[in-house]
Write a protein that binds this ligand. Structure first.
Ligand code: ADP
Ligand code: MG
Length: 240
């Protein structure tokens, strides 16, 4: 579904992504772990066209991801992103946040978008918060609204960028539970996370990113339990 071939990306002289080649299959859950500054957010942003890349190629279902309008529309409507800081519209209710994309990007009729939006808010455990504004919600609830918003686009894949790292510890579990249920239903997911327990349980594959390259990659059980690379070992020792 997602193919990266020797992707490079610099910000000025800062070579942030230095030759990443990997793929994500339909229905697969891939977790990306790695130290701060290793390029995790940048590579996610490149995958859905929020950021351009300098060389190599990224394809989504065979469509080249590049900065042309055609590609951006194709990819953005099929790949949703969930951010660390939720990025909800502060002056709109939960439901209004959820239906924005379907109405304005996908041109769905408002009534359809609202009906689907209510179902999605129910599914993330927020049936009673449809009319609440972000400031009336906890961080964990806001992030679940953000996940409902991502689902409202009926995406083929969802990219998560540290979705629980801005949350108080007691709110992390509810968000991970929603993510786990999506994975169980076969959603294709790429998840940047420091939640090693979640990665171990849910990920099919784990990538350890270090200095803009994949330093180690393999089945979750292998990478997280018995890493070969000393850098991975060191990283896991710090986060566990
Ligand atoms: P991570 O998510 O793994 O912490 P990032 O992908 O956010 O890492 O950042 C990797 C490197 O790219 C860092 O050195 C960061 O400062 C730099 N960087 C990220 N985004 C930008 C940007 N928009 N402009 C300039 N430098 C950036
Ligand atoms: Mg990041």
């Amino acid at each position: 579904m997602i193919e990266l071939d020797n992707v490079h990306k610099s910000f000025g002289a800062n070579r942030v992504i230095r030759g990443i080649t990997t793929h994500v299959s339909k229905g697969e859950v891939v977790c990306i772990i790695g130290p701060s500054g290793s390029g995790k957010s940048t590579i996610l942003r490149c995958i859905n066209g929020l950021e351009g890349y300098d060389s190599g190629s990224i394809r989504f279902e065979g469509i080249p991801v590049n900065r042309t309008a055609k590609s951006i529309t194709a990819v953005r409507t099929q790949v949703s992103m969930v951010f660390q800081r939720f990025n909800l519209f502060p002056h709109r209710t939960a439901l209004e946040n959820v239906i924005e994309g379907p109405i304005f990007v996908k041109r769905e009729p408002r009534a359809d978008a609202q009906a689907h939006g209510r179902l999605l808010l129910e599914r993330v455990g927020l049936a009673d918060k449809v009319g609440a504004h972000p400031h009336e919600l906890s961080g964990g609830q806001q992030q679940r609204v953000a996940i409902a918003r991502a689902l409202a686009m009926r995406p083929k894949a969802i990219l998560f960028d540290e979705p629980t790292s801005a949350l108080d510890p007691e709110l992390v579990g509810d968000v991970l539970a929603v993510m786990r249920s999506l994975a169980d239903e076969g959603m294709t997911m790429v998840v940047v996370t420091h939640e090693i327990g979640f990665a171990r349980e849910v990920a099919d594959r784990v990538l350890f990113l270090d200095g803009g390259v994949i330093a180690e990659e393999g089945p979750a059980a292998e990478i997280l339990t018995d890493p070969r690379n000393p850098r991975t070992q060191d990283f896991l020792r710090r986060v566990l």
